[in-house]
Design a protein around this ligand. Sequence first.
Ligand code: 3HC
Ligand code: NAI
Length: 692
Amino acid sequence: MSNFVSVARDGGVAVVTIDNPPVNALSFHVREPLMHALVWLRDEPGVAAIVIACAGRTFVAGADITEFGKPVQQPDLRAIIAVLETVAKPTVAAIHGTALGGGLELALGCHFRVADAAAKLGLPEVKLGLLPGGGGTVRLPRLVGALKALSMIVSGTPIGAAEALAAGLVDAVFEGGLTAQAVGFASEMVDKGGSFTPVRGRDGRLDQAELPEFDTQVGELAKKARGLEAPIACAQSVRNAITLPFKEALAAERELFAKLVAGDQSRAQRHLFFAEREAAKVGAKDIVRRKIARVGVIGAGTMGGGIAMAFANGGFPVTLLETTQEALQRGLATIEKNYAVSVARGSLSEDTKRQRLDLFKGSTDYGDLADCDLIVEAVFEEMAVKKDVFGRLDAVAKPGAILATNTSYLDVNEIAASTSRPQDVLGLHFFSPANVMKLLEIVRAEKTAPDALATVVELARRIGKVPVVVGVCHGFVGNRMLAARGSESEALLLEGATPQQIDQVFTDFGWPMGPFQMGDLAGLDIGWRNRKARGQTAIIADTLCEQGHFGQKTGSGFYRYENGSRTPAPNPQVEALIRDKAAENGIAPRAIGAEEIIERTLYPMINEGAKILEEKIAARASDIDIVWVNGYGFPVGKGGPMFWAGLEGVDKIIGRLDHWHERTGKDVFKPAPLLRQVAETGAWEGATSQTA
Ligand code: 3HC
Ligand code: NAI
């Protein structure tokens, strides 16, 4: 019929195959022939049943996201599903790989769904700032009930075939030979005879009695939504499925979808979807990646333990090295405890925990790292210690092994130069806790070999991390921009703001926490040590550290944490300290508004981001967005700092930076030349290439 949709006959069953690599998205060039095929087969007397299947690695993974924001070309997905529902003969979706978003909605337009045992089914639109716009919110509850539909649609997390079968979403699960099995299933349905009710007509699982529980769950959800519109719209639309007739609920879904798709939040989240994939495209496709079978980790402290777990969770055997047996046993015990907590929470089975622990081998002998293909160092943040470790590694590591440092700030070129193989050295900057946080800054040093770089980018994806390649500078991308934000947060305290007030502005903006809550959580001593090494000061934070207040781990920092509580409570001692230090420095406190807090903390970050682009420390503005969303909790609905700069208005940002620069003379406010170029061109990318 077309290159993208073909029809084959198997007895009385017509098999429609969609073939639109890589993920069979429902682009216009698929929808048009699909519509023709369905109309033709519906009216073709010789056809007794229709199976919809897909070629390649997956069933339809959704609408074509690249078409959003452009005028809709008919037929749209809803029109196709409407036609499917007029077919009087059995229709069966044969699902392998992933049936996501519009893909699952297409399947919900069929009378039946059969799935490969390894298939996953879900409606992930919420992650793009959307709700399912092809009837998913009103059809899914008809099969699985409103509560299950709410959890699937609001989380966006796909479920496996077995769970889908148990929930009533699929009618049969098969191991292998899916299309043939689907044809067999369709023939059975033909033999059964009678009429078949489309999903839209099945109201049995819609239960008004569930409404109170439903509303309680939505109330909880609203508290956690942090200003995101999509989860709330998803919930509203599923609720409509219970309270409104099908047609009205469908129309309401459409209205909500149209509003979301045109909004800034969805634009921001779609930007992040493509940015994440762009960031992972490193090195030519034909570069031969190095083989990584065993990973070594040096240092079993906070980071080393988490990094070792991250690799074990990805299935890699890990050799963990420490200086003493005592430190090693302590590190291994922490790892075991962390897995035990996951078992207790129900997120890990006892069996999996055992399998993971079996992957660890502890050692205090560098010779044991000789069979590792990648070795990640996470020892103390001191150049002399790092060089000592890399010197030893140079002596024992096998030729071609990749040697990585997890340093937060130190010069990776200098570390690499201390070995005889700088081409094999790079930075792998994990974020704490390393087994949980998704971001991985991959630091390309001057002499890092392209195949070593490409290998770790691919490896990062395999262990579920989001990799971003960055260049060498103090703090790389994330911590360097954080420093620009941090110095002004301190200054604001002395000028009259409180930690609570500043943190509140951040949480109102959509961050999970503000700079002072984050400092307390990470440990104030980390920044303190770093400042001391660089001869810098932060009056309030330094004083707190000198007094032994490191944040949550010592029970006090900018906030108080009484009796092991993790909830920050205002700290009157800190407020008194701020007043004293302000007086000492001759600063008269004044009232500071939310707008000023934003301008003086977030604008310098964007300015620093522009400098990072000028220096080619990051390849693209969107890479910076990925760093901030995945490593520091920048609100996804704002797309990362550089995307948000566009929403806020680069002109406005420059104007206010100029203002603060004039007033304070501080470098963080001096607008980067690139920022001025962006104001003229309207885009980071064009402006970036001009500076190239
Ligand atoms: N539309 C357009 N392009 C898509 C796409 C989509 N729905 N899904 C994936 N792609 C592209 C990616 O951008 C990537 O392109 P590239 O190679 O040029 O970078 C390529 O397909 C491969 O994608 P991945 O690298 O992500 O491949 P994986 O194998 O790792 O993952 C996947 C496959 C799980 C299907 C993943 O791509 C995914 O989650 N896709 C998005 C699914 C989704 O969000 N669907 C809902 C869309 S919205 C919708 O349907 C609205 C409807 O309700 C009306
Ligand atoms: P840590 O103090 O918790 O752990 C360091 C471990 O290294 C200790 O267990 C120590 O015994 C061991 N060690 C020291 N010298 C060693 C050697 N020569 N051989 C083997 N083991 C040795 O420190 P943390 O926080 O884990 O930091 C480690 C590295 O990770 C530092 O470079 C730090 O800058 C970086 N980092 C830290 C982050 C954090 O949030 N803590 C985040 C990202 C990076």
